[in-house]
Design a protein around this ligand. Structure first.
Ligand code: MG
Length: 387
């Protein structure tokens, strides 16, 4: 038994020289609040890195940490946690993390809050509960999830944030020189066709490299089939998010229409999002994002994928490393994890924000044998947390 005494949420902001995915194009100037829209995937981004961090304290004085998305209007998540959700977590046992998750989900499910900011807030609380439980038990979270299958997880280099294909290929080759041989490029950054992009990368990286394409939900199913088929002769590892997230039938058409495995899932919040695509046989690789799912839903999705004989390649988004550490814990407990995304532009810069516990080198993540999620914020990060 480890009763929760206090739950608080904070905004963490980390400036960056260049926006995520690389520089803006000419028509993509940021507004005065620092937001801009990438025209090629129609998505808004801030010019800084930002997340929401949850600090949870038990009556015995153990601290658990959680984190979720904070890219856009992070104070919406803060309000949900600090004004409402915290009161329904205080007094509960951290070892009941999945039960608390179900209760908080039930409180809002029939009002239509089974996604978006509410589930992000729940994800951060959920990670903090699991972390606290692990620290109370003096065990890594994976041991509470059924067991730790591995302490090394293959990593792929994600995003090649350079303005030209030549520079992107050179950049990937630099990582290849550091022992990484799996890569993913972002379609919105390609100046020419996706086939030209993968062909240029293949030429430099060689036949053994694994190269995936993130298509950023931009195609109709017919366009996606055509573009993927054009990439296939160049050796495509997987195609990510080819069609709009709402288009499950279109995704199934793509999955049937090409040879390449289809990956989706970074925007999912619950196992129901996964189940709809799995039932439609529209996905081969699920890509849960811990910042949206928390540990409880991540595991539910992972186990649903395993039961359907699919593979898991978790997504890794913009954060301090807290939800990445949680993602690696859950990934180390699942059998069908093929690789895990590695966001070099975030991970390498933010290492001063979290204590030692995860490393990414020679093409793989290495998890230390530490309790909870294995890392916690440094004094530097704590000094940046704002209410
Ligand atoms: Mg993606």
């Amino acid at each position: 038994m480890s009763k929760v005494k206090k739950v608080e949420a904070f905004v963490l902001t980390v400036p960056r020289d260049e926006p995520y995915l690389g520089g803006q194009h000419n028509d993509e100037g940021a507004n005065e609040r620092g937001y801009f829209v990438r025209q090629r995937n129609r998505t808004v981004y801030p010019i800084m890195d930002r997340s929401v961090v949850v600090r949870l304290e038990t009556e015995s004085g153990v601290i658990g940490w959680g984190e979720t998305y904070g890219l856009v209007a992070p104070r919406a998540v803060l309000a949900l946690i600090n004004d409402f959700m915290c009161d329904f977590v205080v007094g509960r046992d951290a070892f009941d993390a999945a039960v608390i998750h179900e209760d908080l989900y039930n409180m809002m499910r029939f009002r239509g809050y089974g996604g978006g900011y509410y589930m992000d807030a729940l994800a951060a609380i959920d990670i903090a509960l699991w972390d606290a439980a692990g620290r109370c038990a003096n065990l890594p979270v994976a041991k509470l999830l059924g067991g730790r299958r591995r302490d090394r997880i293959p990593a792929y280099v994600s995003g090649l944030p350079k303005p030209t294909l030549t520079e992107r290929a050179e950049f990937a080759a630099e990582w290849q020189g550091k022992g990484f041989n799996s890569f993913k490029f972002a379609a919105p950054m390609a100046e020419k066709s996706l086939a030209a992009e993968i062909s240029g990368l293949r030429e430099v990286l060689g036949s053994e490299a694994r190269i995936a394409a993130d298509m950023h939900w931009t195609c109709t199913s017919a366009e996606a089939v055509s573009q993927i088929k054009e990439m296939e002769p160049h050796g495509l590892w997987f195609a990510e998010a080819p069609v709009a997230t709402e288009d499950v039938a279109g995704l199934a058409d793509v999955a049937r229409g090409v040879q390449t495995p289809i990956g989706v899932g970074e925007e999912w919040r619950t196992v129901y999002d996964a189940q709809a695509r799995i039932n439609a046989r529209a996905v081969h690789i699920i890509q849960p994002e811990m910042g949206h799912t928390g540990i409880t839903e991540f595991m539910r999705m992972g186990l649903a994928a395993q039961a359907a004989h699919l593979r898991i390649i978790p997504h890794a988004t913009i954060g301090s490393g807290i939800f990445l550490a949680a993602s690696l814990q859950a990934s180390s407990a699942l059998e069908c994890v093929e690789a895990h995304e590695f966001q070099h532009s975030i991970f390498c810069r933010n290492t001063g924000l979290i204590t030692e516990g995860i490393e990414c080198k020679n093409g793989e993540y290495i998890l230390a044998d530490k309790p909870g999620i294995g890392v916690e914020p440094t004094e530097e990060m704590i000094s940046k947390l704002e209410r």
